[in-house]
Design a protein around this ligand. Structure first.
Ligand SMILES: NC(=O)c1ccc[n+]([C@@H]2O[C@H](COP(=O)([O-])OP(=O)(O)OC[C@H]3O[C@@H](n4cnc5c(N)ncnc54)[C@H](OP(=O)(O)O)[C@@H]3O)[C@@H](O)[C@H]2O)c1
Length: 336
């Protein structure tokens, strides 16, 4: 298979954080009228179960995979699932994968806490939520002082999907470079986590072990793969129960990256099935929805603890949110 690059440097594109629309759709995402947010740590106040919908025309880029995800026996948009004892801290919840992680946690009635540089984004993305359901804290992972222990109080699981562009862009403003986000930020976050954490899932990238080899070395010109690998290694050595998910090039919305797939609004199309590998051998693309689902599934699948997986979208039927199917996919990757 031909290797294609993600992280193509492209001039500033608008970040479609408000990708959600009010068109009807079956994915049970929540969005409510914006809430005014003041500075400091934030908690959403009002209780509501209003359903929120992602943009939904059948031509919607995320539609095909989203429908695959939601057409499972476990997911019923009409029924609010029972509350879970988990409290999942999502770091990078305003990003493409992160938004889908948060939306999915909300739809499953799993308590979530966000650590965001700009808490206003939570309001515009996820609306007004019961503070029991969604709590928002302000912090920049580059600043250890921002990572106050109170942020982690009660947190049982962590999903970290922070990132920046591989090549210089507006996202690097204020020194928000791969070195600072993918290495220092991950190191700071992991160092601040209490040992009681049951699992940290880190979103990394395929190719991190081959950053000196072509074609990866081109993508790594500014060190993104090297720094992601350093972040991975820090997680691995932290002593915390971890799972690392390495996506191929990301497709489907929310289109937050500055790359060719964003320009082309690339979708997974018929590639609803999921291929999981180990050993950094996979090359290809993966839907952001699949990455988000993989992160959430990994929290509960015991056999994923201490493991590193590459993940791609391939043609065929997808596992949706069926935990048994995900378990089999993860286990198949290990036995290869
Ligand atoms: N694009 C690809 O094809 C590709 C391929 C393989 C792997 N990946 C990786 O997959 C992951 C998810 O990708 P994505 O496209 O969903 O990412 P994204 O949309 O770029 O989101 C990045 C997230 O990280 C947050 N962030 C950045 N710097 C931060 C900081 N200093 N402190 C706290 N939060 C910070 C951003 O918050 P703000 O809203 O404050 O900016 C945003 O929520 C990333 O790690 C990415 O590198 C991407």
């Amino acid at each position: 298979m031909a290797t294609e690059f993600f992280f193509t440097p492209i001039p500033d594109l608008p970040c479609p954080l408000g990708k959600f629309s009010k068109h009807p759709h079956r994915l049970p995402l929540f969005a409510l009228p914006p809430l005014s947010v003041s500075s400091g740590n934030h908690r959403f106040k009002s209780v509501s179960t209003s359903k929120f919908k992602l943009s939904s025309s059948s031509s919607s880029p995320v539609n095909a995979v989203r429908e695959e995800v939601i057409q499972t026996p476990n997911s019923d948009s009409q029924t609010i699932p029972p509350s879970s004892s988990k409290l999942v801290l999502v770091v990078g919840g305003s990003g493409g994968v992160g938004q889908l992680v948060v939306a999915s946690l909300l739809s499953c009635n799993i308590k979530s806490r966000l650590l965001l540089r700009d808490p206003e984004k939570a309001t515009s993305l996820f609306g007004e939520q019961d503070e029991e359901t969604l709590q928002v804290y302000t912090g920049d992972t580059r600043n250890p002082k921002d990572l106050d222990p109170s942020i982690f109080e009660g947190v049982t699981h962590v999903i970290c999907c922070t990132g920046t562009t591989a090549f210089p862009s507006k996202r690097w403003d204020g020194d928000n470079t791969p070195e600072k986000v993918d290495w220092a930020g991950v190191r700071n976050l992991v160092s601040a986590l209490p040992s009681s954490i049951k699992r940290i899932v880190l979103v990394s990238s395929v190719g991190v072990t081959k950053f000196n080899e072509l074609p990866w070395s081109i993508m790594n010109l500014f060190g993104v793969l090297k720094y992601k690998k350093m972040g991975e290694d820090f997680v691995r050595k932290s002593g915390l129960p971890f799972t690392i998910i390495r996506p191929g090039r990301l497709t489907d919305g929310p289109y937050t990256s500055y790359d060719l797939n964003t320009l082309l609004k690339a979708t997974a199309g018929k590639r609803r099935a999921v291929l999981i590998g180990q050993g950094d051998k996979l090359v290809g693309e993966v839907s952001r929805l699949v990455v988000a689902e993989a992160c959430i599934q990994a929290l509960d699948i015991e056999s994923t603890e201490g493991e590193v997986y590459e993940i791609n979208s391939v043609e065929g039927e997808g596992p949706g949110s069926d935990t048994q199917k995900w378990k089999e996919l993860f286990e198949a990757a290990r036995s290869q």
